[in-house]
Design a protein around this ligand. Structure first.
Ligand SMILES: Cc1ncc(COP(=O)(O)O)c(C=O)c1O
Length: 493
């Protein structure tokens, strides 16, 4: 049974002039709260002294009400734990079936107008998929994370009770962390920036939302890679943008096709270091073509550099932002892959003339990033745990990636085209002659979770799978690939 700790005083309306005695009013208020599911089994109730003080009554009616609730089995008294709502009562739902927790008492009636914008994503799969098994997407090797070090650093920051650390912070984030990130990005990703251009965000998803608010008006067109990252597409759809899918080939986004389809798009969202999901690297020629288009038309380029810290072959690829002479690139990075996704920390490098606009949008959205984890990440960076962790993980993920590729070649043979294996935490496998969503359903029945490649396309989808390997033990990969092959073998050709 879930432990529900709370000594919170529930809402009790006392009427001193009512004919009903005070103890009866208190008794009925608690009983009602329990029956309605507002007070949960195991939840601690306030002491009679505290309750009486909060209600502004003497302690006697509170004592009488508690005695009755104890006698009738609504309350339970525990030595050392005070009085709690009895654990003998059913935990789930209402006691007398009057209403289910979280459900309204009656069907909604009357006009219930929501914004048009709120319906834009209706019908889209907006939930992030939660998977299981070897191929979970977006997962990292959390069992190899240096928890001990992280915990020590967190405890250090929790002890800081200075007024400054508990106050609202800078909407751009901790100055020292931004300095450290600017230094890291310059060295590791060839990003050209000052700390003043960096904003710490709650994951790159938030950076996309802020960028959409600052750069685009409803109805503006945005180039999106086809196939591309669904959760980025949702942000721009929600912002009222017109999505212009632009195909990707072995050199990345085909800029000439974008120009043909919509020359005057206001922005382009790209993943040039490791295209999501195909994993190709944008060629130098395409990078220059894209930058020139942006300069010529006044468009913005949003570069999502989400996992290129993990490169296993070829020379390291510098960012597109580092090539940009026109300050047209908004660069996004995330700690979701290098540390862990629950951290919800990322950063955006803002062109200097847009900083104030980004800050204004941020103040509206959530005022700024939470302090505690920024301090922890700063120490993690400064004390070199960060670089050590990336080095260790690069070798671990590299081994997982190679194992996965070998197994796919063994099990699926030459019919499977593997893309994107030089970097990141996933590969894509293109398979002709299957319907990937049907295979996904069959695999799910075998408790194997697969992401269909077709889900990353808007039109003319290719068939196959996006296979994550970040959380897959090397030993578990061969079996998982066999199960994938078994799910395929029943597929219509
Ligand atoms: C293409 C792409 N961009 C960004 C992210 C990271 O998003 P966030 O920083 O919000 O966790 C992911 C995560 O899976 C991704 O696949």
């Amino acid at each position: 049974m879930k432990k529900v700790p709370s000594g919170i005083v529930p809402v009790i309306a006392i009427d001193r002039y009512a004919a009903k005695p005070l103890h009866r009013q208190i008794y009925e208020a608690f009983r009602e709260g329990i029956v309605e599911g507002c007070l949960r089994t195991g939840q601690r109730v306030p002491s009679t002294r505290l309750l009486a003080a909060e209600l502004g009554v003497s302690r006697i009616p509170a004592l009488e009400a508690y005695a009755q609730l104890l006698a009738e089995g609504y309350f339970e008294s525990r030595v050392g734990a005070g009085t709690i709502v009895s654990r003998q009562l059913p935990d789930q739902g209402p006691l007398f079936n009057r209403r289910q927790r979280g459900r309204p008492l009656s069907a909604p009636v009357g006009r219930r107008m929501a914004s048009k914008r709120s319906s834009v994503l209706t019908g889209e799969k907006v939930m992030r998929p939660r998977g299981w098994g070897a191929f979970e997407l977006g997962q990292v090797a959390i069992d190899h994370f240096p928890h001990q070090i992280w915990n020590t650093l967190t405890a250090r920051h929790c002890r800081d009770d200075s007024a400054r650390s508990l106050d609202y912070g800078n909407p751009l984030g901790h100055r020292d962390l931004r300095e450290a990130i600017a230094t890291y990005l310059g060295a590791a990703r060839g990003v050209q920036c000052e700390a003043d251009q960096i904003m710490i965000v709650n994951g790159s998803q938030q950076a996309l939302e802020i960028a959409a608010r600052v750069l685009l008006d409803p109805g503006d067109s945005v180039w999106m890679e086809e196939p591309g990252y669904r959760f980025a597409r949702h942000v721009f759809k929600f912002a009222g943008s017109k999505i212009v899918p632009v195909s990707v080939d072995e050199e990345g986004l085909v800029v000439s096709r974008g120009i043909k389809r919509c020359r005057n798009a206001r922005a382009a969202l790209v993943t040039p270091s490791h295209q999501f999901p195909l994993g190709v690297t944008m060629s130098a020629a395409r990078r220059l073509e894209l930058l020139e288009w942006a300069e010529r038309t006044g468009a913005w380029i949003i570069e999502d550099d989400y996992d290129s810290e993990f490169r296993y072959s070829g020379t390291p690829i510098a960012s597109l932002q580092g090539l940009d002479r026109y300050s047209r690139v908004v660069y996004l990075g995330t700690l979701s892959k290098v540390l862990f996704p629950a951290l919800r920390l990322g950063y955006v490098v803002i062109p200097p003339d847009l900083i104030q606009k980004f800050v204004a949008a941020r103040l509206v959205l959530d005022i700024g990033p939470a302090s505690l984890c920024q301090g922890v990440v700063l120490d993690f960076l400064r004390e070199e745990h960060f670089s050590r962790h990336i080095r260790r993980m690069r070798s671990l993920y590299g081994e997982r990636c190679r194992t996965l590729i070998d197994c796919i070649r063994d099990e699926l043979g030459s019919g499977a085209t593997i893309t994107g294996a030089q970097a990141g935490l996933h590969i894509s496998v293109i398979l002709n002659g299957i319907r990937d969503v049907e295979v996904v359903e069959r695999a799910a029945r075998q408790r194997l979770w697969l992401v269909p490649l077709s889900s990353s396309y808007i039109a003319e989808p290719r068939q196959g799978f996006i296979l994550g390997f970040g959380s897959a033990d090397v030993g578990a990969i061969p079996k998982a690939v066999q199960r994938l092959r078994n799910s395929l073998s029943a597929a219509p050709q």
